[in-house]
Design a binder for this molecule. Structure first.
Ligand code: TSB
Ligand code: ZN
Length: 412
């Protein structure tokens, strides 16, 4: 990306996607209706895909007892990024900085047999991190966020295959989202940094070997960086440059031997004995905040139709055509198309210009000619234009619906 591109904050303002309100707090964005629409579509897409890939979706609260994070290791190694504890009576609570301990407790809530592994628990999980105020940046780096998270609990023997499956899922999602400009970073621990990484060299050695073996098997090319691992394990990060040419992590796939040990995670094997469980943490579309920031910049506000907050603008030529426009609107609305009607007293040209500036995929022009066509054929008719300036001519609304539904379905 280069500097002539607009960053997501500017496009976010022009398209009314989100705001950051100082009275609410820095890094705590408010999603406006149009931004929330994009977010909802991404969440639906990813949830459906995950369910088809054998993930089980769960829901967990945003707060937990501080003791949980003492057990997981977050309080020891990740405290700097956490909001300070809240005290109520004798209890201390924390805003969650990650979802892992909650998913671990679900996994642990009953004995697990080798037959049900791998268990893939997924959640659009909201958490909070006290990022430095100087590093906050629109939706790209925030303090309150919702991650497309999952924790895969599996046996040592399943680890590589599961890891590779996640890499393939990343590839599929990037294809669907048309994200091309990315590279893989293997983030390893720094053995000298005991504060961040603790002192269990044998766990680091094993988890870093496992991740390298899996990458070799998956034939993934990557760049190694020492010191960027999570406190609990090494990770494969997918890096993309933002509009200011700074690389940021979008997806991440992490191997963890550390928290399973802290929580004593086990399954009963075919031999009837207990065996240790290993974990993969993964976020594919990242936090919804960061993904929407990236897509806004990558698409420069020209959303593919399945994500476009407004898919169609109906433009009556004169006030005479307003009533008929309402009928066209009702027909499209009942087919779940996201649309707006521009019945201002402006000229048709200026309404087309505005809809084009707003990057709305389709404009449906309705005038006397279209009304007459309706009287003759009995079916609603419109003249179609695109945001690229193409004039597709007159068409029946039903035919237009067939076309647009196919485009939405195929993520064109
Ligand atoms: C993947 N426990 C794991 C999870 O299971 C985890 O939380 N990993 S993480 O710390 O690397 O965060 C996951 C992803 O969240 C990152 O890869 C990044 O894409 C996104 N992210 C992290 N911090 C922020 C932030 N401040 N603002 C927006 N997105 C963020
Ligand atoms: Zn996790």
């Amino acid at each position: 990306m280069n500097s002539v591109l607009k960053d997501h904050r500017q496009i976010g303002q022009e398209q009314e996607l989100f705001i950051v309100d100082e009275e609410v707090g820095p890094g705590l964005p408010l999603w406006l209706p149009k931004g929330a629409t994009i977010r909802r579509e991404l969440e639906r897409y990813m949830t459906d895909l995950e369910i088809s890939e054998g993930y089980l979706h769960v829901i967990t609260p945003h707060v937990a007892k501080l003791d949980l994070y003492k057990k997981s290791g977050h309080w020891k190694h990740y405290k700097e990024s956490m909001y300070p504890p809240m005290k109520k009576g004798t209890e201390k609570y924390e805003l969650k900085p990650m979802n892992c301990p909650h998913h671990i407790q679900i996994f642990k809530s009953r004995p697990r047999s080798y037959r049900e592994l791998p268990v893939r628990l997924a959640e659009f999980g909201t958490f909070y991190r006290f990022e430095n105020s100087g590093e906050l940046f629109g939706l790209m780096r925030v303090r309150g966020m919702t991650l497309n998270d999952a924790h895969i609990f599996c046996s040592m023997e399943q680890l590589k295959e599961e890891f590779i499956k996640v890499v393939r899922l990343v590839e599929q999602v990037y294809k669907d989202l048309n994200l091309k400009d990315f590279w893989y970073r293997l983030s390893l621990h720094d053995s000298k940094d005991k504060g961040k990484y603790g002192d269990k060299p044998e766990l680091w050695e094993a988890s870093e070997k496992a991740i390298k073996d899996a990458l070799k098997k998956a034939k993934v090319e990557y760049k190694e960086v020492v010191g960027d691992a999570a406190f609990y394990g090494p990770k494969l990060d997918v890096q993309i440059p933002n509009a200011l040419s700074k690389d940021e992590t979008v997806s991440t796939i992490q191997i963890d031997f550390y928290q399973p040990e802290n929580f004593n995670l086990e399954y009963v094997g075919e031999d009837g004995k207990k065996h240790p469980v290993v974990m993969i943490h993964r976020g594919i579309i990242s936090t919804l905040e960061r993904m929407v920031a990236f897509l806004t910049e990558q698409y420069q506000g020209v959303w593919p139709i399945w994500l476009a907050p407004t898919q169609v603008k109906i433009i009556p030529i004169t006030a005479r055509n307003n009533e008929y426009s309402q009928k066209v609107l009702a027909q499209l609305k009942s087919a779940n198309i996201r649309l707006e009607l521009d019945d201002r007293g402006e000229t048709m040209q200026s309404k087309i210009r505005d809809a084009t500036t707003q990057k709305i995929p389709y404009m449906l022009i309705v005038g006397d000619r279209e009304e007459k066509e309706k009287r003759v054929s009995g079916r609603n008719s419109v003249a179609v234009r695109t945001r690229n300036g193409e004039d597709l001519g007159a068409i029946k609304v039903e035919e237009f619906l067939d076309k647009i539904k196919k485009e939405i379905e195929s993520k064109a």
